[in-house]
Design a protein around this ligand. Sequence first.
Ligand SMILES: Nc1ncnc2c1ncn2[C@@H]1O[C@H](COP(=O)(O)OP(=O)(O)OP(=O)(O)O)[C@@H](O)[C@H]1O
Ligand SMILES: [Mg+2]
Length: 372
Amino acid sequence: MPPQTLVANNLSNKEVETTSRGASVEFRALSKNYGSFEALRSFDLSIRSGEFLTLLGPSGSGKTTTLMLLAGFEFPSSGQVLIGDQDVSRVPSWRRDQGIVFQSYSLFPHMTIGQNLAFPLETRGLQKHEVAEKTKEALQMVRLDSFADRYPSQLSGGQQQRVALARALVADPPLLLMDEPLGALDKNLREEMQIEIKHIQQRMRLTVLYVTHDQEEALTMSDRIVVMNEGQIQQIGVPEELYERPRTRFVAEFFGDVNILPGRISGGRFEAADNAFGLPVQALEGEACGALRPEKIAIQEGAEGGRKMPGWAVVPGEVIDVIYLGQMCRYVVRSGGTDYIVKTMVSPGVARHAKGGTVTLSWDAADFVLLQ
Ligand SMILES: Nc1ncnc2c1ncn2[C@@H]1O[C@H](COP(=O)(O)OP(=O)(O)OP(=O)(O)O)[C@@H](O)[C@H]1O
Ligand SMILES: [Mg+2]
C-alpha cells in the first residue's frame, strides 16, 4: 500500500475537517476510467472554503463522476482528491464529513421526517437531547418544523426535497454535494429553492459542489461555474465571465442564444465572411469566429438607422421572424447570407418591428467576442 493511502485511511472525520467553516477542495490531475472509457481526463480544480461552485455540462460530460469522486463513492483511476490539505483519494464515503443531496429524495419511507433527520445523528452516537435539538434546527432552516411527525409520502415533492436538504445539513458538515437536486421540481418551486439553498449556504458559510445541466440555475446560484464537456473542463469563471466572455463556441452556445459569426482577421480588423461588417479587433491574423449575444444588438426601423460610430458594426436586414416572449421580443433578421438573432426588451408604447419589414442592426465591437 503506498504511504499516502495509509495516511488517508487513518483519518477520522474530525481530521478531515478544516478550521474555517467550509472545507476547501482540490482535484489534482484527476482521471476516472470505466474500462477503456475515460469519464474524466486530467481534471484540475480548486474550490475555496465557503465557495458555491457549480459543474455545468451536457449529459454524459462527467459531472456526476466528479461529484462521486469527491463523495468517496468512487475512487480515481489516477490523480488526487484533497479536502483541506488532506489527501482523501482513497477514503470511503462514510469516513468523510459531508452532506449529499441527489435528484431523488431518497428519504426512508418507513420513518417520519423527524426520524429521517435523527438517523444520521444517532449513528454518530449523539445524545438524545442533542439529536432532538439539531433535528429541530435543521427543520426550521427549511421551514418545515411543523412536519416532523409526517411520513415522506405525506409531503409534496418540493417539501421532500427540503427534508433531504435538511438531512444533508443536520450533522453540520463543512461540505455539501448536490447532484441535480431540483431536477424533479416545477419551475416556480425550483426558483424558490434555488434562493433558499443559496441563503442557507451563505449563512452557514458552507462549501458547495453543485451539479446541474440548467444554465440559468448555474448563473443564479454559483460563485463560479465550471463548464464541462466530455470529461474535461472547457472554462472556469464567475457567471458574468462565462456568459459575456465565453472562450469557445461550446461555452457560448451552452448559455443560451448566441450569434456565431465567422470571418477573417487582417490588419487589426475582423471582416465578416459574408462581407456584411468589419470591426476593429486586437488579435492574430487569420480565420476567426466571433460570438455576439442577441441582446447586445440594437435594432431600428428602416434601412438608414443604426449607430454609425467608430467601433460599431451596422448592417441592414429583413425581419423574417418575430416571437413575443413576455418581457422580451426575439427577432430573426436576415442580412446577406446570415440570420441574426436579436432580443430586445418589450417597452410599453413602443411598436414592435413587423415581419417582412426592413431594419438596421448595430452593435459595439466591445460586445463582439472572438472565440478560440
Ligand atoms: N459505472 C459506470 N460504468 C461505465 N460508464 C460509466 C459509469 N458511470 C458513468 N459512466 C459514463 O461516464 C460518462 C460520464 O457520466 P456522468 O454520470 O458523470 O455524466 P453526467 O455529466 O453526470 O451526465 P447527466 O447530466 O446525464 O447526469 C458517461 O458517458 C457515462 O456513460
Ligand atoms: Mg449526472
